[in-house]
Design a protein around this ligand. Structure first.
Ligand SMILES: C[S@@+](CC[C@H](N)C(=O)[O-])C[C@H]1O[C@@H](n2cnc3c(N)ncnc32)[C@H](O)[C@@H]1O
Length: 252
């Protein structure tokens, strides 16, 4: 049996951003909040999150700081997705969060912003962003340092697969967004999941960006996280054209 839970916002097919103008508001604020609240509620119903409450003012402070201080050449993280990632982290409060394929750091801070900067609502032990492209890793480092001058969040210039394989300690939340080279594309997510597997804590969340627009190349990954022998629950959250697969890990 395959777990195939789906949450679809009524308008996800029409909700589109300009990837070079990521801070532009795409809808009334109340509608964005409501769409994300409904997605969080679907995760509660699936038993993935305990509740839907997060501090909306802190989130807006986080968003404002990213818009003011980050150098973002482009991003496919929509305002809804930014809020959803922040909300999941603020609610779950992972001690250790690892994100791979963080590019300029925007995806990383959408997760880590619940623990550092003006949106911080808890203290994490480790927040690590991994990026294989040295120049982008350096840009991510500069960006993240604006919000986290104390250096609590860490950007590592490395290949995420050996990095995850050798990671010492447990992971409470793993965010996947790498786009593999040499035709590998998003199918690299499964390699990353296998590399991280020994470190994933019981009840860890695994978040995979592009569950909709890259569903074909993610077929093997989606098969793994929707296999009830490996994951307790998995929900494909369709709030925009990219999507986010949210999966709850249970060790075999
Ligand atoms: C397309 S970008 C992600 C962008 C993000 N979705 C956004 O909208 O801002 C994917 C990133 O994964 C990185 N990447 C590819 N393979 C990787 C690997 N093995 N380890 C770490 N990062 C990797 C690429 O260099 C690239 O910066």
């Amino acid at each position: 049996m395959i777990l195939a839970h789906l949450y679809e916002a009524p308008d996800w097919k029409e909700y589109r951003m300009d990837t070079r103008d990521p801070h532009r508001q795409l809808e009334p604020a109340a509608q964005e909040t409501e769409r994300v609240e409904a997605a969080l509620q679907a995760l509660v119903t699936a038993g993935i999150l305990p509740h839907t409450q997060y501090d909306h003012q802190r989130f807006l402070a986080h968003r404002e700081a990213v818009a003011a201080r980050f150098d973002i050449p482009w991003t496919a993280i929509t305002p809804r997705m930014q809020r959803l990632l922040y909300g999941i982290n603020a609610i779950r409060q992972p001690r250790t969060m690892v994100a791979t394929g963080v590019f300029c750091g925007n995806t990383f801070i959408a997760n880590a912003g619940a623990a550092v900067g003006p949106g911080a609502c808890y203290q994490a032990e480790r927040l690590i962003g991994v990026e294989i492209d040295l120049q982008e890793a350096q840009r991510a480092e500069r960006n993240v340092r604006h919000l986290d001058p104390e250096g609590r969040a860490q950007i590592v210039a490395a290949d995420g697969i050996p990095f995850l394989r050798q990671l010492d300690g447990r992971i409470d939340l793993l965010y996947l967004d790498a786009n593999g080279r040499d035709g590998k594309g998003k199918s690299i997510y499964l390699d990353m999941l296998e590399a991280a597997n020994p470190a994933l804590a019981d009840g860890a969340l695994v978040l995979a960006h592009n569950s909709i627009n890259s569903a074909a190349s993610l077929a093997d990954y989606l098969g793994a996280v929707r296999d009830p022998a490996r994951f307790r629950q998995s929900v494909n959250v369709c709030i925009d054209g990219e999507g986010l697969e949210v999966s709850l890990f249970v060790p075999a």
